[in-house]
Design a protein around this ligand. Structure first.
Ligand code: NAD
Length: 489
């Protein structure tokens, strides 16, 4: 976190000075070169390799997140992003030749990716390292200058990021601003060329409103209630493990794509519940509050928010597994609730924690209407062996992303865009999509001075109109007839 002195200094004026500095550095053109982009991505890779233990320690201090989860979800995934950029950037930067139309004949055309300028990345606390640097790598790969504002709710990681970026990166074009609402608000008053915000929808609306004042485009990575539909006739043990992996083994449920609730049939629910209880005990022991493999709840506010969900009258008596809490250490055990009322708070807010309600239906197909009656989720998961159900689910359910027969791991597939839809987000990144998210695709048409048929110049005639129509529709025959007719016009 920024010191008290620095925090008071970073006001709108300081933000404006910072943006102006980066704008002039950007305008000088250094960040556009392939060499600069690669060198900066290599710096990030080096920084991560030199400081892996510091990263594990910082995220542990912020969340008690198990080193295994940080190593895999944050460090390894970031390294993978950097390595892919280093391997593929030359190709991504190349203009893409495209065909032209008869109206512009003779000509050639290409799509030239260009950087946007100076971009702002605002990141959250739950994967405080990865979700800060992954978009930054995309912005650098696309040739932009970047300001990163990490989350004040993960102060150790925020401080580490500020220190390492100061030491390893080209600070004429890449900076970190630490702080909370006041600092972020000062940053949001500025005119950016893109804002990438990851966090909740309430702040997403604040970001979008601020961006609208300058017509700045936004990439909003938000959250939502990601359902898991469980059909019968599946390999239940594998499904159960994968549900647990996508809930409690992901930062104890504090993950944007974590399983938020399960829908299964009345008949299958008891089997599924037994399996979940059995596997949970195998993973986390009889006293999960003592397990070192579960993150704590990030802070007292979120602890209070989650316990309030459990203590609501409407869900009284619905806890069928877990429910234990340890307030001083901010721990909540993996908790399952069965048949909670659909109008309870837990079924109407993103849970973002270790609580997992199961709701039951007569037929598994009923799950589609239930999901579609809410806002569009960031992810939707289905466990089934039924081909028809799978096809129907993929077609009928709208979600940012989807996994059939697993949870969460779609975000590790670089060739898939990662992002939400409607209230779960706007735009996408990961892999080449990150490069695209921070680039403008400039359309360039090249012409010479020959073949200047005066068809589009006044005075307008019926013949010229017939010829233009034929050219636009791409009809060579039509164009020939129109030319013949034109001479008679
Ligand atoms: P957070 O509280 O850390 O906030 C995110 C950022 O917003 C921080 O940098 C914070 O300083 C800033 N911020 C907070 N209040 C602000 C305000 N009033 N004005 C301007 N900036 C402000 O994180 P969070 O929102 O609690 O994160 C959890 C949410 O993020 C969940 O909804 C989760 O689903 C979502 N999320 C989405 C993704 C994704 O990739 N789609 C990833 C992680 C988290």
């Amino acid at each position: 976190m920024a010191s008290e002195e620095e925090k008071t200094i970073f006001d709108v004026e300081a933000a404006s000075t910072l943006v102006n500095e980066l704008k002039s550095a950007y305008t000088a053109g250094k960040s556009r070169s392939y060499e600069w982009r690669i060198s900066q991505v290599q710096c990030i890779l080096k920084m991560v390799e030199h400081h892996e233990q510091d990263i594990l320690d910082a995220v542990f201090s912020d969340l008690s997140k198990p080193a295994f989860e940080v190593s895999f979800f944050e460090v390894a995934m970031l390294k993978n992003t950097c390595t892919m950029v280093i391997k593929k950037l030359k190709h991504w930067m190349m203009p893409e030749k495209v065909k032209t139309s008869m109206t512009s004949f003779p000509s050639s055309a290409e799509i030239v990716p260009e950087p946007l300028g100076v971009v702002l990345v605002i990141s959250p606390w739950n994967y405080p390292f990865l979700l800060s640097l992954d978009p930054v790598v995309g912005a650098i790969a696309a040739g932009n200058a970047v300001v990163l504002k990490p989350s004040e709710i993960a102060p150790a990681t925020s401080a580490l990021l500020a220190k390492l970026i100061r030491e390893y990166m080209d600070n004429s074009l890449i900076r970190v601003v630490e702080g909370a609402v006041a600092e972020t608000s000062a940053l949001l008053e500025q005119k950016w060329d893109k804002i990438c915000y990851t966090g909740n929808g309430r702040v997403g609306r604040i970001v979008m409103a601020a961006a609208a004042k300058h017509l700045t485009p936004v990439l909003l990575e938000l959250g939502g209630k990601s359902p898991v539909v469980v059909d019968s006739g599946i390999n239940l043990q594998v499904a159960t493990r994968r549900i647990i992996a996508g809930k409690w083994a992901c930062n104890n449920g504090q993950t944007c794509v974590a399983a938020d609730y399960i829908i299964t049939t009345k008949d299958y629910a008891p089997k599924l519940l037994d399996s979940l209880k059995h596997e949970l005990e195998k993973f986390y022991g009889k006293n999960p509050l003592e397990s070192k493999d579960l993150s704590r709840i990030v802070n007292a506010n979120h602890f209070a928010r989650l316990t309030k969900l459990l203590d609501e009258d409407k869900v009284s008596g619905k806890i069928v597994h877990g429910g234990e809490r340890d307030k001083p250490n901010l721990k909540i055990a993996p908790t399952i609730l069965l048949d909670v009322p659909r109008d309870s708070t837990i079924m109407n807010e993103e849970i973002f924690g270790p609580l997992l309600p199961i709701i039951t239906v007569e037929k598994v197909e009923d799950s589609v209407d239930i999901i579609n009656s809410g806002t569009k989720p960031l992810a939707a998961y289905l466990f089934t062996n039924n081909k028809k159900l799978k096809e129907h689910f993929v077609m009928a359910v709208s979600a940012g992303g989807m996994v059939v027969n697993d949870t969460v791991i779609h975000l590790a597939v670089d060739n898939l865009p990662f992002g939400g839809v409607q209230e779960s987000g706007m735009g996408a990144y990961h892999g080449k999509f990150s490069f695209d998210a921070f680039s403008h695709k400039k359309a360039v048409l090249y012409r010479g001075f020959g073949g200047d048929v005066p068809v589009r110049y006044p005075p307008y005639t019926k013949g010229k109109l017939r010829l233009m129509k034929a050219l636009i529709s791409g009809s060579i025959l039509g164009a020939i007839f129109a030319l013949i007719g034109w001479s008679k016009d």
